[in-house]
Design a binder for this molecule. Structure first.
Ligand code: SF4
Length: 474
């Protein structure tokens, strides 16, 4: 069958002028495309996010592809863009079946299909084999209800089939079909924040998470599944050989859960002299228990680690089940800093248990650490999370304002705990950034790093995105 997969633009048409931030290749769609293609389907990907494709441009692409099935990925912060995309498709009268997958519909399939009647099928959870079986069933006119992991319509009803098991062996998946994207080594995938060298790209080496933070939906389950060391290295060598990649961002929720594999990857990156620099998302408790990883990571090219710290208040940390302590954070961030690895700390303000005082603790704690950069996000109770259920009954919550649930730096607070008004959250977020970044010691430390045109360009891009996120959003 002819299938087009769409990653909707991050911005709506009227917002595109502000969109200067970087983006990563939509690897989820690339994995699905690779599986479909291996099974003789003809697949295209439209990365609306990278190419800023909306409206008329999207129509042109679809008229060229003329797909029989259109798959769209759904993320809560891009809910309005999903609506726009489906409206555009419908205006074309293509007679294509619309299938929606991704985190948003996976967490609330019935509600989403009720809200958007044009969606014929939902693919729930991991999409590769579900999508394949679904299009095979459509093509061969076989009973849809036998496909596990979907939702479909029967008259006015929405029927969910049996859940699909998670893929046990991720190595059986083909390499993601990055060749269906615009040049992955090109400008549209250059993230202003995360590279030492270009070209850069992202790799995902694991799915699932064994932790249980209350604000996280863990759509790939609680069991950590990972590509083997050999498969990870095969993909890295493929990227170096075929795209000349020099910088890798491991976009796993947590890259370093398996210590043995992390050590092997670090050693191989160093020994094979691929000339790569890389970054990842780490976990405080793992690095605290295994500080031996830090020099290994550094010596293999790791220069940047982002860390979910979330709060500077011990009680709040416990209640959100982050499973880390302030002492661990302090120790790990200092060790990473001493090793010369840039650390980015992710904090959330407005947890259900936050007070004005505990938010102050968070800002002060962030400032006490030698972090290279920070993100102070509003707490967003995404559908399908434990936090969502708590927020409904505790504080102020605009539960249906999906378009406001942007995880980006600015976003809009959709939730505030009792005693912390929305307006206070907006003001304190700006204050937090100002206090963190405009310290003379911080500015001086970073100004001395501007020693080339490349670094000046990078810092300027960062500055623009930061300035935009704080001051230009409506
Ligand atoms: S926030 Fe990160 S560590 Fe916590 S449950 Fe989600 S993926 Fe796991």
């Amino acid at each position: 069958m002819k299938i087009t997969l769409i990653n909707p633009s991050l911005m709506r048409q009227d917002e595109l002028r502000w969109d200067k931030g970087g983006t990563y290749p939509p690897l989820g769609l690339c994995y699905i495309a690779a599986v479909l293609r291996n099974n003789k389907h003809e697949v295209n990907i439209i990365d609306g996010e990278a190419l800023r494709i909306t409206g008329e441009k999207l129509k042109e692409r679809l008229l060229k592809d003329r797909p029989q099935v259109i798959g769209i990925t759904s993320h809560t912060p891009k809910f309005n863009q999903l609506l726009d995309t489906i409206k555009t498709i419908k205006e074309l009268n293509l007679q294509a079946a619309i299938v929606v997958g991704g985190p948003h519909i996976s967490l609330i399939p019935e509600k989403t299909m009720k809200q958007i009647p044009q969606i014929a099928y939902a693919v729930i959870g991991e999409g590769e084999y579900t999508f394949l079986e679904l299009v095979n069933s459509i093509e061969n006119k076989q009973p849809i209800e036998k496909v596990n992991g979907i939702a479909y319509r029967q008259g006015d009803k929405i029927i969910l089939t049996s859940p699909r098991d998670y893929i046990k062996n991720l190595d059986e998946l083909p390499l993601p079909a990055r060749d269906l994207l615009p040049n992955i080594a090109g400008e549209c995938y250059s993230n202003a924040f995360r590279y030492k060298q270009l070209p850069m790209t992202s790799v995902i080496t694991s799915r699932g998470c064994p932790y249980a933070c209350i604000f996280c939906a863990r759509i790939f389950g609680a069991r950590y599944r990972m590509h083997s060391f050999d498969k990870v290295m095969e993909e890295i060598r493929h990227l170096v050989k075929n795209y000349g990649i020099k910088e890798i961002i491991f976009v796993d929720d947590t890259f370093i859960v398996d210590i043995e594999r992390t050590i092997k990857i670090c050693n191989a990156l160093k020994e094979q002299k691929l000339g790569l620099t890389w970054s990842c998302h780490g976990r405080i408790d793992i690095l605290y228990k295994h500080p031996e990883l830090i020099p290994l990571m550094k010596n293999s090219g790791c220069w940047y680690i982002s860390l979910g710290i979330e709060s500077g208040n011990a009680e709040v940390l416990k209640k959100i089940r982050k499973n880390i302590t302030l002492e661990q954070v302090d120790s790990v961030v200092n060790q990473l800093n001493s090793a010369g690895i840039h650390t980015k700390g992710f904090f959330m303000i407005g947890h259900p248990y936050d007070t004005k005082e505990s938010i102050r603790d968070t800002i002060d704690f962030a400032k006490s650490l030698p972090l290279g950069s920070v993100q102070f996000s509003y707490t967003i109770p995404y559908p399908g999370t434990e936090l969502f259920d708590i927020a409904i009954n505790h504080g102020f919550f605009e539960g249906d304002s999906y378009e406001k649930m942007s995880s980006h730096t600015a976003g809009f607070p959709v939730y505030s705990p009792p005693g912390v008004p929305i307006e206070y959250l907006k003001a304190i977020q700006k204050k937090a950034y100002r206090e963190f970044y405009f310290r003379p010691s911080f500015l001086l430390k970073h100004l001395v790093k501007i020693n080339s045109f490349q670094s000046l360009k990078k810092y300027s891009e960062r500055g623009f995105v930061y300035f935009k996120s704080l001051f230009l959003k409506k």
